[in-house]
Design a protein around this ligand. Structure first.
Ligand code: UTP
Length: 415
């Protein structure tokens, strides 16, 4: 009887949200498959999904907002005594075990076309090569040595790459990192929708889901128990960074010291844009709150605007090098984030169970971005770093931000 009620609920829900094709598909399934699908459908927030779909039809209007340039300090122009003062502020936190690191490794790395999680990509450096996860481990081990601690390291995976990531790290013995200080946690997912707003079915005969973007980090930290673990360890500051920048400095005492001195809950390291039209998001102040505007949303005139010193007004680019207090993470994790949509080519199975591989983008993927969380705060500490020291991303298979450019920058930096 209960089973019938459940089925009825599912059918009503699907009808209400114009997803009748799923009812039709359900009729082709055996009892077990049907039950799995029903359970999955009952977990979906259809109201939210409808809203996300409606938003794909709206255009983002930057002009309605009050946009100003953001304040930052330049690490290169800082005197030694200032640096020392900031380092001292940071020492108290790092050396006493109150600093943790999160690596967001839940992305699909589609542009790189590497099979397997991006962190398992081997960059061809120094003949032997180094895996991206290995490069991150090197950076953390160096900090551990400097501060005589072991920094807890939280790695965010996705439903899709969790097992592979775990297997890889086990196989390589966590590149010598103390396993008791490494925790993997999974990020959340959202359904994909066709361009007509319909749910899609995957090979496993369930609704197709995909990672909800790196903005999902905060909620996933809380829901997975990682945030509680941090609290138990007495963590006060958390660095959150990407998996694919081979010059990423995850423990920069100047950045931390600057945030403490400025008495803010969030901080970020930027680098100046290579040219006004580089495809990066830039910092600004929007309606009195820190914000990153995507390159695609930044009007051309603003992209080229310079200040009295001839520097780009909106030239501080966001490089996924962010710091948050533990309280800030808790706060953000309970807020609804903004979702962005991107058109993707998503294979699916049709009503007859036949796989369809599209040649053109056929679906919307919804992603929250980590930097949208800045808007919840009144202020942020931005430290301008240096491209040659801080930024060598592995994004594309070839050309800009590719393994080739990252290798060159990495080897140049390390000499
Ligand atoms: P990108 O947005 O560059 O995505 O991620 P990506 O997966 O690396 O590559 P493409 O766009 O598919 O080619 C920036 C950082 O955010 C993480 C990535 O792993 C990377 O460290 N990320 C992205 C997540 O952890 N989860 C997501 O859902 C998306």
């Amino acid at each position: 009887m209960r089973g019938m009620d459940k089925l009825q609920d599912v059918i009503e829900l699907l009808k209400k949200y114009n997803q009748e094709h799923i009812i039709e598909f359900m009729n082709t399934l055996d009892e077990k498959e049907k039950e799995n699908l029903e359970n999955q459908i009952l977990q979906i927030d259809f109201h939210q999904l409808l809203e996300l779909y409606d938003n794909t039809k709206k255009k983002v209007e930057i002009k309605e907002n009050k946009i100003e340039e953001i304040k930052y300090i330049d690490k290169q122009k800082m005197g030694n005594s200032k640096k020392e003062q900031l380092e001292n502020l940071a020492n108290d936190i790092i050396a006493t075990g109150k600093y943790a690191v999160v690596t967001m490794a839940g992305g699909q790395g589609t542009r790189l076309e590497h099979t397997g999680p991006k962190g398992t990509f081997k960059l061809d450096v120094y003949g032997k090569g180094k895996y991206l996860f290995e490069i991150l481990t090197d950076n953390l081990k160096e900090a551990n040595k400097k501060y005589s601690v072991t920094i807890p390291w939280y790695i965010m995976t996705s439903e899709e790459n969790h097992e592979n990531t775990l297997d890889f790290l086990e196989k390589h013995n966590y590149f010598g990192y103390d396993k008791n200080y490494v925790m993997l946690f999974k990020q959340g997912e959202l359904p994909l929708l066709t361009l007509d707003g319909k749910l899609m079915i995957g090979k496993n005969k369930l609704i197709k889901l995909a990672s909800d973007g790196n903005g999902g980090t905060f909620a996933s930290l809380r829901l997975s128990g990682a945030l509680a673990d941090m609290k138990e360890r007495g963590i006060k500051w958390v660095f959150i960074g990407g998996v694919d920048n081979v010059l990423l400095k995850m423990v920069d005492p100047i950045l931390l010291g600057f945030a403490i001195e400025k008495n803010v809950k969030i901080a970020s390291k930027s680098i100046v844009k290579a040219n006004p039209h580089e495809k990066v998001g830039v910092f600004c102040n929007m309606n009195g709150h820190p914000k990153v505007i995507e390159y695609s949303e930044l009007p051309e005139k603003m992209a080229e605007e310079v200040d009295k010193d001839g520097e780009l007004k909106y030239g501080e680019s966001h490089i996924m090098c962010n710091l948050f207090t533990i309280d800030a993470i808790e706060e953000i994790s309970k807020q609804p984030l903004i979702y962005h949509s991107a058109k993707k080519k998503i294979p699916y199975i049709d009503i007859n169970g036949k796989e369809v591989i599209p040649n053109e983008p056929n679906a919307y993927k919804f992603e929250a971005f980590i930097f949208d969380a800045f808007t919840f705060f009144d202020d942020i500490a931005i430290l301008r770093g240096k491209r040659e020291e801080d930024f060598a991303p592995v994004k594309n298979k070839e050309g800009v931000d590719s393994p080739k450019t990252a290798k060159e920058l990495y080897e140049k930096y390390w000499g």
